[in-house]
Structure formats: C-alpha cells, structure tokens
Design a protein around this ligand. Structure first.
Ligand code: CAA
Length: 257
C-alpha cells in the first residue's frame, strides 16, 4: 500500500512504520497520524507480525504536532477532529511497539515515543515538550507520561521552561531503554523487536497489559489483575508447549493459541 506521509515495511515478524516528512522535521499532521495508526492497527491484526517499530530519520523522530496545521484552529475544531485521539489509539495497540529515536523527539513527537512500550535512542536524540514556547501545553500525554518517568521537579523544568533531555539524561531517568550510536539505532531496535516478536504471542500481549496496568490501578488491584492474566495463560496451548519444551530440553514452537 502506498502512503503519502509514511513508509511501511516488515522484516521477519517485525512491522516497521517510518515517518516520511523530512522537510518538515516529520511534523505530525493529521494525514501522517491517520496513516501511522492505520498501519499499526493493520500490523496489530496480522498474525505474521509480533512486534512493531516506529521511527523517523536521522535529524528528527518527529518535531511535534504540525504547528502550521494547528495555528488557526478553534477549541471546537480541535475537539471535533480525531487528532489527539491518535495518541490514545497508539496506547491501545495490543502488540509491543518500540520507538527508534534519532534527533528531535519534541512535543507530540516526544509524546508519541512515550506512548510506545520501549524506546531505543541514538546518541543524537533530544526529548522535549517545548509547547510553552507556542503559548500552549502538551495535549497528547506529555505532562503525564513525562512526569511519571522523570519525576515532578524535572518535569516542571521541561514543561515550564522548554528544557530538552539528552539521550543520556533520558536513559538515566528510565525514559529510554538504551542509547546507541546513530548509525546503528535501527539495527538495535530491529534486534530487540525481532527477539520479542519470536516469543509466545498471547503471553506477550498480556505481559504488556499487566505492566501498563501499573499506571491505572492501585497495587492491590494491579496484583489481582496480574493474577487473573497469569491464570488465564494456563488455558493456552503456548503454556503447555513452553513448559513441555523446558522439561524435555527442546526449543518451544509457539502457536499463539
Ligand atoms: N510543525 C510544523 N512544521 C515544523 C515543525 C512543527 N512542529 N517543526 C519543524 N517544522 C518545519 C519548519 O517550519 C521548517 O519548515 P520550512 O523549511 O518550511 O520553514 C522545517 O520544519 C525545518 O525546521 P527548522 O528550520 O526550524 O529547523 P531547525 O533545525 O532550525 O530547528 C527544531 C529544528 C528545533 C525541531 C524546530 O523546527 C522547532 O522548534 N520545531 C517546533 C517544535 C515544537 O514546538 N513542537 C511542539 C509542537 S505542538 C505539539 O506537539 C502539541 C501536542 O502536544 C500534540
């Protein structure tokens, strides 16, 4: 399928979406977000895909929502179009999604990376929520997800004073999984995604759901939720296969059933 704003491909069991608006620093306009979410939803529904990667280019993962597209919007227009809802749609994808980030991940771009499950960053990556410079605040999760990652004091500096985080700072705060040289960021993301994509599909989905529940539930509710998902996995063929393979010292063959 041809797209106007993104490139898609698959490598083995990994589905890849690359933003393709290099002249606009991959600014996230409606068309790009629509194409991205449609592609991710299609990968999510495809049994041949086990994990996804979202990436940009060397200079920019994405420099935020498209300011030119938003500049004259009214509140009613913002409310009426599905734009901000695309970030919610991303967080509801059931398979793992990895962001491979080089260069700027700003505003909605930073929010998009944070809505993914893991981030592989290049040494050139810069994360920030510079919306304050536009007279607005983040609207796609930045104040919440960034604060959960880095804590209140630094989050305030990021939101109130437009401070950027370097890749190493992001690593120190646990915002990203690893930092690698720019030229290998995609290779590293692909290696991680391929390893994950080879694992038991239903267990993967439920593991993702259980980790994400930490942001929504009290500890007791989260523990009970985890326990139910754990018990549920004992109804899958993959559980029988995984344990039989361990006991008989062979490699498990996952069916996703
Ligand atoms: N929207 C639209 N166009 C953008 C853009 C954006 N977010 N970011 C960059 N561009 C465009 C520029 O307008 C420029 O286009 P022209 O060549 O047509 O003038 C082109 O990309 C290259 O940008 P620069 O010349 O500015 O490149 P630079 O290297 O000097 O600076 C930058 C790079 C620091 C990323 C700078 O472009 C910048 O600050 N961009 C805006 C970042 C920002 O404010 N993001 C938040 C957006 S609001 C948001 O995301 C809300 C939300 O929560 C959902």
């Amino acid at each position: 399928m041809t797209h106007q704003y993104i490139l898609t491909r698959s490598e083995g069991r990994v589905g890849i979406v690359q933003f393709n608006r290099p002249k606009a620093m991959n600014a996230l306009n409606r068309g790009l977000m629509q194409e991205t979410m449609d592609a991710l939803d299609a990968f999510d529904a495809d049994d041949a895909i086990g994990c996804m990667i979202v990436t940009g280019n060397e200079r920019a993962f994405a420099a935020g929502a498209d300011i030119k597209e938003m500049a004259t919007a009214t509140p009613a227009e913002m409310l009426d179009n599905p734009f901000i809802g695309y970030w919610d749609r991303l967080s509801k994808i059931s398979k793992p999604v990895i962001a491979a980030v080089s260069g700027y991940a700003l505003g909605g771009g930073c929010e998009l990376a944070m809505a993914c499950d893991m981030i592989v960053a290049s040494e050139t990556a810069q994360f920030g929520q510079p919306e304050i410079n536009l007279g607005i605040i983040p609207g796609a999760g930045g104040t919440q997800r960034m604060t959960l990652a880095v804590g209140k004091a630094l989050a305030m500096e990021i939101m109130l004073n437009g401070r950027f985080l370097s890749a190493d700072e992001a690593l120190n705060y646990g915002l990203v999984n690893r930092v690698v040289p720019a030229e290998v960021v995609m290779d590293e993301a692909l290696k991680l995604a391929s390893e994950i994509a080879a694992r038991a599909p239903i267990a993967l989905r439920l593991a993702k759901e259980a980790v994400n529940a930490v942001y929504e539930m009290s500890l007791q509710s989260g523990l009970a939720h985890e326990r139910r998902l754990f018990y549920m996995l004992f109804s899958t063929e993959d559980q029988s296969e995984g344990m039989d393979a361990f006991i008989n010292k062979r490699k498990a063959v996952w069916q996703g059933k």
